[in-house]
Unconditional design. Structure first.
Length: 289
């Protein structure tokens, strides 16, 4: 990797100071790399180094992630995330952007694209459509009142939970490797260095807010999400790894709601397939972009 990294910057959204990194090449067309849940902007570094040759690459940290501020009330609903993303595009002042997004970040970016189709030139979505239809049906079968009661209970539990502390950065690295066996040693080390911060007692903890483990009990109806998907006019390239916990959007029917989408399926790749098969991924997105 390069010996010099990106420049850190920030913007304000809903009174929160949110962080992003700027990889330079400001005269090139803008491209936003949006990470997923409990991840951080520096997880894109390998992708950014390749794309910054032809693009002005911006990689933001979602609220409650990385070096962005935590929400004081623990608000991490999709409405807040989508507003933050829209605010970033507005703050940067771009008429149109290209987006590469992963997981939660893909869900956010896809909704933004459906809300503002003219603002997005092309969209790459890596396993970022949210729960599968089957999972969604199970959640909705619980009923709104039951979901809200469970959400209240889970919030209270989260408020009492202290962030896990690791005695050394090496211990945090070992946990990273344990969580994702597809990662190389170099990848796991890099993700750990940028994803953990040191506590006052010398231990280390992950940067993300524990409240992120409690997903919002309310969201827009699924039928309205589909309307956003159907409103997208730009080309969309989706990715799915066969060893992932996510659902294949072609097999579960969600791909059919996109007018301009195609799907790449990666064998022997998990949820972070852009790490698992980096060279192939870069070839595919460069060809698409």
């Amino acid at each position: 990797m390069r010996t010099t990294g990106p420049v850190s910057n920030s913007f304000i959204s809903q009174r929160l100071r949110l962080h992003y990194v700027d990889w330079g090449n400001r005269e090139a067309p803008p491209l936003i790399l949006q990470h997923g849940g409990r991840d951080h902007c520096r997880s894109w570094d390998w992708v950014a180094e390749e794309l910054t040759k032809d693009w002005h690459v911006i990689a933001p940290d979602l609220r409650g992630h990385g070096d962005s501020a935590w929400s004081p009330e623990g608000h991490y609903g999709m409405d807040a995330f989508v507003y933050d993303f829209a605010q970033l595009v507005h703050t940067l002042g771009h008429e149109q952007v290209t987006i590469v997004s992963h997981s939660l970040g893909g869900n956010i970016a896809t909704r933004f694209t459906g809300l503002y189709p003219d603002k997005v030139r092309k969209l790459v979505n890596i396993e970022g459509l949210g729960p599968s239809p089957e999972q969604r049906d199970l959640v909705e079968a619980e009923g709104t009142a039951n979901r809200l009661r469970k959400w209240i209970d889970d919030k209270r539990k989260a408020s009492a939970r202290l962030p896990r502390r690791y005695p050394t950065l090496a211990a945090a690295y070992a946990r990273m490797k344990e969580e994702n066996g597809f990662l190389s040693d170099e990848q796991a080390r890099h993700l750990t260095i940028h994803g953990a911060s040191r506590n006052e007692d010398g231990t280390w903890s992950w940067k993300f807010d524990n409240y992120l483990n409690v997903w919002s009990a309310t969201d827009m109806p699924y039928a309205e999400q589909i309307k956003l998907w159907e409103a997208i006019t730009c080309p969309v390239l989706m990715f799915y790894g066969t060893d992932s916990f996510a659902s294949n959007p072609e097999k579960d029917g969600r791909l059919a709601h996109f007018r301009t989408a195609s799907l790449k399926v990666y064998e022997k790749a998990g949820h972070w397939l852009h790490h698992d098969q980096f060279d192939r991924f870069m070839n595919d997105i460069k060809e698409f972009l």
